[in-house]
Design a protein around this ligand. Structure first.
Ligand SMILES: C[S@@+](CC[C@H](N)C(=O)[O-])C[C@H]1O[C@@H](n2cnc3c(N)ncnc32)[C@H](O)[C@@H]1O
Length: 221
């Protein structure tokens, strides 16, 4: 299901899931084994300058990005998530929140850093290449990318089988939604990115998490 109405429906369900979940969205990653490593890696990376945060959710990472960034543009499809994120950042902080669907959104400028927290695993395999074209279009020459994500799988959510990237999640009221969740092997992700012209080192943590940092190939400082 790489394109077409069925995938559009799945992506619409994915947006609806996160809209419905916003108030109950858990700050789950940092509690998982390896969570502290992610934060340490981001601090060492120092996301300075102009930062674009893709799928910011309820601002899980936005305040941390603001420790280093001159300004942050934070994009998410869910107005509910964006409202929570806006409350999490200090008043007057240099953040621009943008409500948009990342599968149609076009960046209006280039940034020094593109950051994505737990987003890449929600991009369908058939849109991997076009998604990275979006990152390329949003990144200044010499710009840097930082991503964090997880390979965590709950057997109960594998309703289409362990090999499927469509899983089922429920909101606390029990409503079921289908979403995309790709379980990346860090080394494989690194080599797929290399094929697309990215030099991004993907590092697994002690737990089910991983992080990646890098640039376009040949641009590493
Ligand atoms: C797993 S959450 C990640 C939130 C945050 N970055 C974090 O690390 O906790 C995924 C986010 O993607 C957003 N999202 C889902 N589909 C989207 C789309 N098509 N365009 C933009 N954002 C989308 C959801 O609203 C949700 O906030």
């Amino acid at each position: 299901m790489d394109s077409g109405p069925a995938q559009d429906q799945l992506l619409s369900e994915q947006r609806a899931y996160y809209r419905a979940l916003a108030a109950d969205y858990p700050d789950h990653l940092r509690g998982l084994p390896g969570g502290a490593e992610l934060t340490g890696a981001l601090d060492a990376f120092r996301p300075a300058g102009s930062v674009l945060e893709l799928a910011c959710g309820p601002g899980t990472w936005t305040p941390r990005l603001l420790r280093y960034a001159d300004e942050v543009t934070a994009v998410d499809a869910s107005p509910e998530m964006l409202a929570i994120a806006a409350r999490r950042v200090p008043q007057g902080a240099p953040v621009r929140f943008v409500e948009a669907d990342l599968f149609t959104w076009e960046p209006d400028r280039r940034h020094d850093v593109v950051f994505m927290g737990c987003w890449l695993s929600h991009v369908p395999a058939g849109r991997f290449r076009s998604f990275w074209s979006l990152v390329d279009a949003a990144l200044a020459p010499g710009g840097r990318v930082f991503l964090v994500d997880d390979r965590y799988r709950n057997p109960a959510e594998l309703v289409e089988g362990p090999g499927s990237s469509t899983i089922q999640r429920r909101t606390p009221d029990g409503t079921a939604y289908r979403i995309v969740k790709i379980s990346y092997d860090p080394a494989e992700l690194e080599s797929r990115l290399r094929e697309l012209g990215w030099d991004i080192t993907v590092t697994p943590t002690a737990g089910p998490l991983f992080w990646g940092a890098g640039t376009r190939a040949g641009e590493r400082g």
